[in-house]
Design a protein around this ligand. Sequence first.
Ligand SMILES: *Cc1c(COP(=O)(O)O)cnc(C)c1O
Length: 393
Amino acid sequence: MSQTHNPDQALGFETLAIHAGQPADPATGAVMTPIYATTTYKQDGVGGLRGGYEYSRTANPTRRALEDCLAALELGERGIAFASGMAAEDALVRVTCQPGDHVVIPNDAYGGTYRLFNTVFAPWGLDFTPASEHHTAAFAAAVQPGRTKLVWIETPSNPLLGVADIEAIAAIAHEAGALLVVDNTFATPYLQQPIALGADVVVHSTTKYAGGHSDVVGGALVTADADLGQRVAVFQNSTGAIAGPFDAYLVLRGLKTLAVRMDRHCDNAERIVDFLVDHEAVGQVFYPGLANHPGREVADKQMRRYGGMLSFRTRAGHQAALDVCNRTRLFTLAESLGGVESLIELPATMTHASVAESPLAVPNDLVRVSVGIESVDDLIADLAQALPLPPSR
Ligand SMILES: *Cc1c(COP(=O)(O)O)cnc(C)c1O
């Protein structure tokens, strides 16, 4: 990783989450970053900008605080906050690729990412290859040296919680002259810092764990390189998909508790995994922390813990999976993830319906769970009453 001159980098993650980019407000001393609900900024004489702000599409102090905090947490040079995760992804592709270029994406990418490439960028002239990021050699084979501009991974992946080897794939991308992009939405920088492992860009849907309270849609890019960050910022100013100041504030607020929330998400997920593995109505359980998970070794190398997402198959098939989703009382049947409340869903007909006929299709007896931070005994009791009873002996 490049040498950084930011003295903040010596501070611990929890400290940075609370303080990076957030000195007391220079105007009032407010300890919390104000929501700068302003479009424009008074100039002291023509061209005399105070603090560099002139118009809030270009820059806004609340958004800037979030961008600087995210950059510090992800060990990057520049953060850019967007209106949504998809807006961030769209900007990144348009800044780094031209029609005729090639991109490799995971064959189990987030459904919206696949749809972006398939319905927006393919007609634009971008060629993309979905490949298994969980088999580094297979992924390497999809790269076209000289023509591939982005190698895109998402780890752990959605909804099957596969793990991709960030360091190994960074080497492959760089050898081919491509940038490595890591969607770090599931892991968050608390559990995994891709830039330290060689990634060039980290993508976030801050809608999920970063915001953490299911009350804001947002996205971000963090670049390892300041030049690329500047190109993205110029593109964003030219096209406009910015995070508004209130949305930026909500994510900033969420980040302050990211570390403690993630630890509890992980504690609860581990307990629920133990419960599911032993349950007779449950088939395969997908969680990177399981000893028999094919990605366990790589997860141990690159992650602090294994996260709050898990999925499992029901032994009795599709109807049983539907029943579980319909019967839970505490787990809310809903899409999205990463909030303090537990959510449950059926990917085949909900989050992954748009990829039903594609290489990204998932089994229809798969249940995905976003484990919240409620009392874990209550969560386990809820799943116990929702799962079909084991056959009596
Ligand atoms: C939700 C999500 C996105 C898209 O983000 P939005 O904020 O919904 O636009 C991208 N990647 C992953 C892994 C996600 O979970």
